[in-house]
Design a protein around this ligand. Sequence first.
Ligand SMILES: Nc1ncnc2c1ncn2[C@@H]1O[C@H](COP(=O)(O)OP(=O)(O)OP(=O)(O)O)[C@@H](O)[C@H]1O
Ligand SMILES: O=P(O)(O)OC[C@@]1(O)O[C@H](CO)[C@@H](O)[C@@H]1O
Length: 320
Amino acid sequence: MSARTVLTVTPNPSIDHTVELTVLTRGEVLRSTGSSVEAGGKGVNVARVLARHGHRTVAVLPSGGVDGDRLQAMLAPQQVHAVTTHIAGSIRTNTTVVEADGTTTKINEAGPELAASEVEALLLAVRGRLTVDPAWLVASGSLPPGAPVDLHARIVALGRAAGVATAVDTSGAALAAVVDAGPDLLKPNLEELAELVARELLTVGDVLAAARELLDRGVGEVLVSLGGSGALLVTARGSWWAGGEPLVPRSTVGAGDCTLAGYLHAAGDPADRLATAVAWGRAAVLLPGSTVPGPDESTAGTAGVRVVADPDPDTAVKDL
Ligand SMILES: Nc1ncnc2c1ncn2[C@@H]1O[C@H](COP(=O)(O)OP(=O)(O)OP(=O)(O)O)[C@@H](O)[C@H]1O
Ligand SMILES: O=P(O)(O)OC[C@@]1(O)O[C@H](CO)[C@@H](O)[C@@H]1O
């Protein structure tokens, strides 16, 4: 990617609290083997990992309460330029429990209620920052209570009006509401895509068909992350799968954000970009909590990554 800025928007940022346990047993007093606290939220993570790879990044997010101040303080040393809009509520804390075998359990709070004026202030901040002519505008994550379900769609519309490429990673109703806004890139995971098209996606062919439905509705490219099974990229020019041997994760939190960031970072043809996306995702799962990889770790993540053009539609996703 060029040296131009990447602008991310995270309507529902978080403090990410990660606790490591040997085994999670309900109803017991458990002693953690490790813990960490990091700035989180999907767009924040995209900005953090791109900043670690030398990109100029601007992260737009609402901030309020003591935890809003903490979040900003955590971001300050990470070379992410945070543009915050003040809200009356307090930023949420999301908790992750990671067991020794890599099983990750996540408890995400709903987030603070946003007033209509706070939503407008966030959109105004995005519009203001689009004047820096970013290479990408990335809108990511869930919507907090009070935010309109089409908030990501409105962010995409702002990007389109400014001639800036847009990427979106969200879920549920917010994902359903953004498709027809025509983002240049959509990054659902398998479950999110299945929910969007309201059917099971068991084979590569099922995933390709679902992704092509989105292309038909005006989405530019679809990058479907498949957890330990890698990722599929579907564009008007073709389809590609990339992946490697499944890893035992230290924490999967943020792996999808690093995948998206790797795709935006990489230059070259679609296969190269997908390989980089998968490498960054693999690097992320080997790091604790919401820690994002730096260049050495991302490079190490490329080990054993294969790319297949026109993957066999009959292959079961679980066999990739
Ligand atoms: N167990 C694993 N082994 C190897 N790679 C993995 C594993 N889990 C995830 N990855 C890598 O990380 C990428 C993103 O994972 P996933 O599909 O779980 O993202 P996600 O659900 O969007 O994650 P999040 O929302 O936590 O950021 C995958 O495409 C893959 O490259
Ligand atoms: O609740 P959302 O907005 O869907 O997801 C929020 C979140 O789980 O996503 C990031 C990992 O992708 C974390 O930093 C954060 O806690």
